[in-house]
Write a protein that binds this ligand. Structure first.
Ligand code: BGC
Length: 251
């Protein structure tokens, strides 16, 4: 089936039409900068622009950078507080005629793509997808089944969310060397090792392209793999998530 996958991020809103059977992008990716401030009103206009660009009607999968419970936004780590309590699927459906939105957390959905078709394919036990960017996102899987909304970037370090200390944005903000940043990130991994004892980690987000350079600073009993989809995981995972929701409704 063809589904429009949309990935909402802090700097850009990207979309492409995806073949949900094999994760293939059937169109070029189209990107529109995230409006500022990224309020529900302005963002829904941008989403409409993207949907219009593809002239799309029907099912849309959408990954969103916050806790999403049954389509409703429940947190605002790196987005406007106005989102809290917003029924995101309905907001976007009202902005885009003849569409049906299925919305989920960005790291959860990036994990869906990786588990099914990427670095997580065939992995059993406990797998944690970690996206490293402005924040730290997490998607946890047990025997390939998603346990949604884990929010591991918000465990506390010195009274603040650990993502403020170990995300890629901390490296940029504090001008850290790759080694200094990697040691911070390893602190986060070791924390997760102690409390969650996963079998595997999959690391994604822009910085993961330097994995070969920072892998040597990481230590864990779990295996550490690098995401395969890089920038497309959000789009592909969102489309697959929408397809799964439809399949569930039909059974
Ligand atoms: C949010 C998560 C999100 C992550 C990556 C965090 O601040 O709380 O929901 O997955 O950033 O975007």
């Amino acid at each position: 089936m063809k589904v429009l996958g949309i990935d909402i991020g802090g700097s850009g809103i990207k979309g492409a039409i995806v073949n949900t059977e094999n994760g293939e992008l059937l169109t070029e990716k189209h990107r529109i900068p995230t409006p500022r401030p990224a309020t529900p009103e302005l963002m829904s206009e941008t989403v409409r622009e993207l949907v219009d660009f593809f002239d799309w009607k029907g099912v849309i999968g959408c990954s969103f950078p916050a806790v999403i419970l049954d389509g409703k936004c429940m947190s605002a780590g790196n987005i406007s507080d106005e989102w809290i309590g917003t029924q995101v699927d309905e907001l976007f459906e009202n902005a885009c005629e003849n569409t049906k939105f299925h919305v989920g957390n960005d790291a959860d959905l990036a994990g869906v793509a990786e588990m099914r078709l990427g670095a997580g394919k065939g992995l059993n036990g406990k797998v944690i997808m970690i996206t490293i960017g402005t924040g730290i996102g997490s998607g946890m899987f047990y025997n390939a089944e998603l346990i949604p909304n884990t929010e591991l970037g918000h465990v506390l370090k010195d009274g603040k969310s650990i993502e403020k200390y170990a995300a890629d944005s901390a490296r940029e903000r504090e001008n850290l060397s790759l080694k200094k940043w990697a040691k911070r990130f390893n602190f986060f991994l070791n924390y997760m090792d102690r409390v969650l004892v996963p079998n595997h980690y999959i690391l994604g987000g822009g910085i993961s392209k330097y994995f070969d350079d920072f892998e040597k600073y990481l230590s864990s009993n779990a295996s550490i793999k690098v995401a395969q989809f890089r920038n497309n995981a959000g789009i592909i995972g969102a489309a697959m998530f929408a397809q799964d929701a439809i399949n569930k409704q039909q059974h």
